[in-house]
Design a protein around this ligand. Structure first.
Ligand code: MN3
Length: 258
């Protein structure tokens, strides 16, 4: 709410422009093959996500929001008050969170789920497979474009839900049924996320997704933020592929892990 107050207070001033930037992927665009194909990753990150960042910057032009991951997370709850910040602010946040929760398949293991998160999964769903079934149900049945989510509900337990378009469950609005929660893991089910490789086979894409989840990062999202009721800032740092360097071709390469 502090962010929103700051935003409102700055409306009449010639405040510095907010500049959100497209975050680098913390792995190469080919790193998630064969589950997520290179061309889809390129277009999805470099074109689709970039367009949401540009749209958000236009929507908040002249307002003094910090363009960092924390302020992006903090303003999601009120983003739906305005159609431009809802679509582009949600689009930026959802994609930024999506990327940092992914990892190459050889780095993706449910054995990396922290004891705390595993306990919460067992309490809410009975186990990892059951949670994946419930999450998949949300992802398959989301009509048209949207996202499915695993997160911590207002009541404090883990849950799954889905949202339409670029909405997310941090947003406060009531146009349709969904569960408000702090998301720790999201899956983009827009056709642009899978159509080149999977065409109309969304269930195959969802199945592939489970091979490239960065459970260390999801566990961190839970421990440091969601379990405390805080929105997760979509940073590339911390229990992921945090050290990103550029090779001679300008491509992001993993130089090490924190
Ligand atoms: Mn997308």
């Amino acid at each position: 709410m502090a962010i929103r107050s700051a935003l409102l207070a700055s409306l009449s001033s010639a405040a510095a422009n907010t500049v959100f930037t497209l975050p680098d992927l913390s792995y190469g665009v080919e790193a998630l093959e064969p589950h997520f194909d290179t061309l889809t990753m390129q277009v999805h990150h470099d074109k689709h996500h970039a367009a949401y960042v540009a749209g958000l910057n236009k929507a908040v032009e002249g307002k003094s929001l910090k363009g960092d991951a924390q302020s992006l997370a903090d303003f999601q709850s009120s983003a739906a008050e305005n159609v431009a910040t809802r679509n582009h602010g949600g689009g930026h946040y959802n994609h930024a969170l999506f990327w940092v929760n992914l990892a190459p398949a050889d780095k993706s293991s449910v054995d990396d789920i922290s004891p705390e998160l595993m306990g919460a999964i067992k309490a809410a769903f009975g186990g990892v497979e059951k949670m994946q079934e419930e999450f998949t149900k949300q992802a398959v049945t989301r009509f048209g474009s949207g996202w499915s989510w695993l997160g911590v509900s207002k009541e404090g337990g883990l849950g799954v839900t889905s949202t339409a378009n670029q909405d997310n469950p941090l947003m406060e609005h009531n146009d349709y049924q969904y569960q408000r929660m702090v998301p720790i893991l999201g899956l983009d089910v827009w056709e642009h996320a899978y159509y080149l490789k999977y065409q109309n086979r969304r269930p195959d894409y969802i199945k592939a997704f489970w091979n490239v989840v960065n459970w260390k990062k999801v566990s961190r999202n839970f421990a440091l933020y969601a379990s405390k009721g805080l929105a997760v800032p979509p940073t590339t740092t911390g229990t992921g592929f945090a050290i990103i360097e550029r090779d001679q071709g300008g491509r992001a390469v993993i130089a090490g892990e924190l």
